[in-house]
Design a protein around this ligand. Structure first.
Ligand SMILES: Nc1ncnc2c1ncn2[C@@H]1O[C@H](COP(=O)(O)OP(=O)(O)O)[C@@H](O)[C@H]1O
Ligand SMILES: [Mg+2]
Length: 626
């Protein structure tokens, strides 16, 4: 997985409340807690064994110079357990023994390092997989209003980046942080043990430098961020231009686009050059002070060697330990900001997990005979507005009755509320007042999944999933056989064009496959609905994207499909619904006329007007359809 760039998530303050929240996510680690603790122990042990390395190296150097170790100054070792520390310091080990110790230490360290990486990755990956699954199913069961309000693509991206932050934290950052703390403590202890004076000299300079580096570094990062933003801006120009390439070309705007781009690129260059000044200053400052400090400490250490208070081996040890401690310290700033960002990430994940979804059944659904629909549907004075737009009433006291097996056509101007009626039938939203009844029982008295399972919906804009045509049709009834799928496609008049593709039903559709025309997609969606064999069928302008010829073909298929079951057909072209049992004319969120085609035509209302407006257009059809 791509690691998120370090700047795409804001840092948050570390507070007790946030830490507690983050701890909540640790429940996902509970099944693996022993492994996690084992990993922590491995981290401690590997940090400890790492710190033995400089010790043995120093001893080796002293061994090379024969006996160079001087007794430790009594002022220091006097307070210690008499002996052990001092004895270790003055111990004379042979070269070979030192090498043996080093390899022993390396062996131990190798094992612990391996175990720590392995265990933490396992714990991180496994608990993250569970977290991912929970987040996805929570999102998927969210009510429709949630998806209206949020930009879902953005949300999905944010979440996947947040989850990978958490994963990084579990399997990397946290471990590094702990290892850093261990290394720092052990390293400092060793430094003081080697020579307290020298340690104090070093520590009087280094923290000051570290603080300066952090402040300076922060400033530089801010500058870099500005350059990044500008770069992204010019990236947007490129994207926009290619996205709207037809417009750019049709309006001969190439020159303007190039100008716009080159102006933005120059801005990037200006910022980058300004930044380079500061960065150059920062780097030279760091180089100077780092090496200056080393020189200064070495100078002081060398004087201690000169005066016989320190051996060369101990000085070497000291230098290596200092580098270890210094490096760890420098890494902390980064780790810390990483952990802050992780805390922010856990917050948004927790927010999602706290939301309540719709009461859908997350299991394979079979129709329960107790809830089997017979097909009677009634809208009883339904008032509704979309949650995202409380000030815009959409349905204003809509009443409508369909008896079992009846074909109801919904017609009316666009924006009248027809698609909204379909959404309410599917229980995507609940009415503000009034009721929707299935078989004279309130819709809310059915388990949500039971109800939806018995409806089939062919939406206005058909979305096909990436995958094969076969899989897309089988979405209507998972587990359907190839023969059933083909039979459904034949009925939807989709078989011919599907069979015309070289790969037939195995043709990939969507982004990575073939792009189907609107009419072809609609016929696949119809085949999907045919395969589902629902009690109630909802067609939202199912033939709107078809040309006249295939419309006739599909209309026949739909007539077959609708026969014997309750259906709601939202129609754009009135010629397609003349034979409906009931035509309801919807305007401004209410039924203003209803009846058969003949009775509505006899009455001088909106239906007749709409028909007359479409008459010229559909003249070739009206003969066949009436
Ligand atoms: N998801 C939505 N959020 C807010 N308002 C919506 C949403 N969908 C539709 N509307 C509004 O509801 C009204 C009815 O829309 P719709 O049912 O799609 O009309 P129709 O299908 O009859 O053309 C319109 O004014 C539309 O702007
Ligand atoms: Mg619509």
């Amino acid at each position: 997985m791509a690691r998120p760039s370090p700047d795409d998530r804001p840092k948050v303050k570390i507070t007790r409340a946030r830490l507690q929240q983050a701890m909540g996510l640790f429940t996902y680690m509970r099944p693996y807690r022993w492994r996690f603790f084992a990993a922590l122990v491995c981290i401690a042990l590997s940090a400890f064994s790492t710190s033995l390395f400089p010790l043995f190296l120093g001893k080796m150097i002293d061994a090379a110079g024969g006996h160079a170790t001087t007794p430790a100054p009594s002022a220091f070792s006097g307070n210690m357990v008499p002996g052990l520390g001092a004895r270790l310091k003055s111990a004379n080990w042979s070269l070979n023994f030192c090498l043996l110790l080093i390899f022993l230490q390396l062996g131990v360290q190798t094992i612990f390092s391996f175990l720590r990486v392995y265990l933490l990755t396992e714990v991180g990956e496994r608990s993250l997989a569970n977290m991912r699954k929970d987040v996805f199913s929570r999102l998927l069961t969210m009510p429709m209003s949630f998806f209206n309000e949020k930009r879902v693509g953005e949300l999905a991206n944010r979440i996947s980046s947040d989850l990978s932050y958490i994963q990084d934290a579990l399997s990397f950052t946290l471990a590094e942080f702990l290892r850093g703390i261990f290394t720092l403590l052990i390293g400092l202890a060793f430094i003081f043990w080697i020579n307290a004076k020298l340690a104090l000299v070093m520590l009087s300079v280094v923290p000051l430098l570290a603080i300066l580096a952090v402040i300076f570094g922060r400033f530089i990062r801010k500058l870099a961020k500005r350059a990044q933003d500008q770069l992204a801006e010019s990236g947007n120009i490129v994207n926009d231009a290619f996205h709207g390439i037809t417009v750019v070309k049709a309006f001969t705007h190439e020159y303007e686009e190039v100008n716009r781009y080159s102006k933005s690129v120059h801005e990037v260059v200006d910022t980058a050059i300004t930044n380079a000044r500061y960065r150059g200053a920062f780097i030279s400052f760091m180089v100077f002070s780092l090496f200056g400090t080393i020189a200064f400490v070495m100078w002081y250490g060398a004087r201690l060697v000169q005066s016989g208070q320190l051996s060369i081996g101990l000085l070497t040890m000291f230098v290596i330990f200092s580098v270890l401690v210094g490096g760890t310290f420098a890494g902390f700033a980064d780790l810390f900001s990483q952990l802050q960002k992780t805390l922010g990430a856990t917050e948004s994940i927790r927010d999602i997990l706290r939301e309540t979804g719709e009461p859908v059944t997350l299991a394979h659904i079979e129709t329960d005979p107790a809830f089997r629909l017979h097909g009677a549907v009634r809208f009883d004075n339904v008032v509704f507005h979309y949650p995202s737009r409380p000030d815009v009433p959409v349905l204003r006291g809509l009443s409508l009755t369909a008896s079992p097996g009846q074909q109801v056509a919904l017609v009316g101007p666009s924006g009248a509320g027809k698609t909204t009626i379909a959404s309410l039938l599917l229980q995507f939203y609940q009415p503000d007042s009034g009721r929707i009844l299935f078989d004279d029982k309130d819709a809310t008295s059915f388990p949500l999944s039971q109800l939806r399972h018995q409806l089939a919906y062919v939406p206005q804009d058909v979305i096909l999933f990436g995958g094969t045509i076969k899989e897309n049709i089988a979405y209507g009834r998972p587990g359907a056989s190839d023969e059933e799928i083909e039979a459904a496609a034949v009925k939807a008049n989709a078989h011919l064009f599907i069979a015309g593709f070289p790969e037939g039903y195995d043709t990939l559709v969507g982004e990575r496959g073939i792009q189907l025309s609107g009419g072809q997609r609609q016929r696949i969606a119809i085949a999907r609905a045919i395969l589902k064999n629902p009690a109630i069928l909802i067609l939202d302008e199912a033939t709107s994207a078809l040309d006249s010829e295939s419309e006739q073909l599909v209309q026949d298929a739909l007539d077959n499909l609708m026969r014997g079951r309750t259906s709601f057909a939202i129609a754009h072209r009135l010629s397609t619904i003349r034979n409906a049992d009931l035509i309801a004319v919807i305007d401004k969120g209410a039924v203003i006329e209803s009846g058969s085609h003949a009775s509505l035509m006899a009455h001088n209302g909106l239906y007749k007007k709409l028909n007359e407006m479409q008459f010229d257009f559909n003249i070739s059809f009206s003969d066949e359809n009436t």
